[in-house]
Ligand binder design. Sequence first.
Ligand SMILES: NCCCCCc1nc2ccccc2[nH]1
Length: 287
Amino acid sequence: MYFNNPMWPGEAHSLKVENILFQGKSEFQEILVFESSAYGKVLVLDGIVQLSEKDECAYQEMIAHLPLCSIESPKRVLVVGGGDGGVLREISRHSSVELIDICEIDKMVIDVCKKYFPQLYVGFEDPRVRLHVGDAVEFLRHVPEGKYDAIIVDSSDPVGPAQELVERPFFETTARALRPGGVLCNMAESMWLHTHLIQDMLSICRETFKGSVHYAWASVPTYPSGVIGFLLCSTEGPPVDFLHPVNPIEKLEGNLKCGRELRFYNSEIHSAAFALPSFVRREVSIL
Ligand SMILES: NCCCCCc1nc2ccccc2[nH]1
């Protein structure tokens, strides 16, 4: 199967398909699940690979532990998107967490992942999880100010239902919903392909979040260009040092609520993730 997409013009990515397991169209997007030869089962939304069994650990572990290991004892966490359940699985490792709200707009994604990706869907079985099916902008409107310690935006690309999740109003509502010194972590595309989009997001975040704003990245082979980025922001308040985890995951290692060991994230990978190539430092003027 060949993946061409305006998100990566001029290049195509392909995965050998063993068999198609599900093909459907929800109210919001096309949903495809297939068994690949090289990466296990693959979830595709509107023609864009979201995860594969083999490399989902990199994305799910990083997007969850980069924020949660940067603050002491996170208690209340909100996940925007994340309907596959993988981020929930990772958050559940943090025993200090008492409440995990998740707002996913597309119920069909959840139902499909329940059937085809049990090792991700397991995240929904944690008793701390409260599922809200709907639009996150609407959900956040009714959230009291300063409610969450961390907000994780595990969105798809801003070319469909996730378009509004990279715009200023959304960042402003997330900043309001975070406590002082609270942290936001967004999926932030590829530094090889999307420096303009990253620059736009960074500019909005630098005005909206008075704490610190950092860009981190990880290797995810099934994503075009082989990397994916994360935008980490903290609100004004107790300073957050994203580069040196205050809540090292090794401390939680014994807490295997989700029944499996970490496969990608560790404290060294955490700090290394913020080291940026020179072209990125220049183009996204992060420093
Ligand atoms: N919600 C899971 C992550 C979604 C990100 C998917 C993704 N990964 C990409 C890499 C390069 C270009 C576009 C991309 N879109």
